[in-house]
Design a protein around this ligand. Structure first.
Ligand SMILES: N[C@@H](CCC(=O)N[C@@H](CS)C(=O)NCC(=O)O)C(=O)O
Length: 281
C-alpha cells in the first residue's frame, strides 16, 4: 500500500477511481436543468431498483395487494450512473441527490419526501398499514427501521465499496467493514432466532427495509460476497428473507425501476399493474 499523508486542506483535483467515481462530487446541488416527468397518479416515485429503492416499491405493492387503491403510483427510473440525480427537478425533490424520492400530489401544495426510511413511514402512516400503532410495538418497528438506515452505509458504502468497487483491495478497509457487516448480520440473526419478523408476529416496514439490504446479501450474492462473509451461516436471516421473498408484492416491487436483469422481468417505468405483464417481443 502506498503511504498517503493528507494535505492541510483537501482538494478535489483528481478522480478517486473505482466504480461510481464519475458521479462522486464534494458539492451539492443541480448540475443541469431537467424537469421530471409527471404521471396520472397522486404518488410519483423517482427511483432505481437498488436496495434503497426497492424498499419503497415493495411497500407500495404491498399496499396495493391489500386493496389500497390510493397507493397507485407512477414510478420513473433515475439512472444514477448517468447523473439523473443531479437534474434540477430531482434535486427539488431531494436536495441530497439520491434515490428514492417521492412526491405526493394529493396534498396542497404537493408533499415531497426523501430518505427511504422517511418515505416508508410517510406511506405507512398515510394509509394505516405496516407500522404498528401500539406505542411499544411501534417503537420496536421504528428501532429496527432506524437500525437499518444507520447500518446501510456500513454495508454499502463501507463493505461493498471496499470489497467490490474500490480500485485496489485495501486489507485494512476490507477487514474493518467485513467485521462490521458480519456483526450486523449476527444482530439480525439473533433477533430472528426467536421472532418470525423483526417486531414479532407482524410483518412491518422494518422487515421491508431490512430485507432489501440483508436479503440481497444472503440470497442474491450482492457484491459477489456470499462466500466471503459466509452468508449461509446466518440461518435465521436466510429463513426470514426467503419467507419475505415469496410474497407476490415483494416479487413485483423488486422489478420496478430495474433496467437490468432478464429483459422480460424489467419494469423500467411503472404506471399500473399491467406493466408487470410485459413479455419479450
Ligand atoms: N439514506 C438514503 C441513501 C440513498 C442512496 O444512497 N441512494 C443511492 C443508490 S442506493 C444513490 O442514489 N446514489 C447516487 C449518488 O450517490 O450519486 C436513503 O436511504 O434513501
Amino acid at each position: 500500500m502506498t503511504e498517503y499523508t493528507p494535505p492541510k486542506v483537501w482538494t478535489w483535483d483528481k478522480e478517486s477511481g473505482g466504480r461510481f467515481a464519475n458521479i462522486n462530487r464534494p458539492i451539492a446541488g443541480a448540475t443541469h436543468d431537467k424537469e421530471l416527468p409527471v404521471g396520472e397518479h397522486n404518488l410519483q416515485l423517482h427511483s432505481l431498483a437498488t436496495p434503497n429503492g426497492v424498499k419503497v416499491t415493495i411497500l407500495l405493492e404491498e399496499l396495493l395487494e391489500l386493496g389500497v387503491t390510493e397507493a397507485e403510483y407512477d414510478a420513473y427510473t433515475i439512472n444514477i450512473g448517468e447523473g439523473d440525480q443531479f437534474g434540477s427537478g430531482f434535486v427539488a425533490l431531494n436536495p441530497n441527490s439520491k434515490i428514492p424520492a417521492l412526491q405526493d400530489r394529493s396534498t396542497t401544495p404537493p408533499t415531497r419526501v426523501f430518505e427511504s426510511g422517511a418515505i416508508l413511514v410517510y406511506l405507512a402512516e398515510k394509509f394505516g398499514h405496516f407500522l404498528p400503532t401500539d406505542p411499544s410495538t411501534r417503537a420496536e418497528c421504528m428501532s429496527w427501521l432506524m437500525w437499518q438506515m444507520g447500518s446501510a452505509p456500513y454495508i454499502g458504502g463501507g463493505f461493498g465499496h471496499f470489497y467490490a468497487y474500490a480500485p485496489e483491495k485495501i486489507e485494512y478497509c476490507i477487514n474493518r467493514y467485513t467485521m462490521e457487516a458480519k456483526r450486523l448480520l449476527d444482530v439480525l440473526d439473533q433477533r430472528l432466532a426467536d421472532n418470525e419478523f423483526l417486531c414479532g408476529d407482524e410483518y412491518t416496514i422494518a422487515d421491508m427495509a431490512n430485507y432489501a439490504w440483508y436479503g440481497a446479501l444472503v440470497l442474491h450474492n450482492i457484491y459477489d460476497a456470499a462466500e466471503f462473509i459466509e452468508a449461509d451461516s446466518y440461518v435465521n436471516v436466510v429463513r426470514w428473507a426467503k419467507q419475505i421473498e415469496e410474497r407476490p408484492a415483494v416479487q413485483r416491487g423488486r422489478r420496478v425501476n430495474r433496467p437490468w436483469g432478464p429483459e422480460e422481468t424489467r419494469v423500467v417505468e411503472r404506471h399500473s399493474a399491467a406493466d408487470f405483464d410485459i413479455k419479450p417481443a
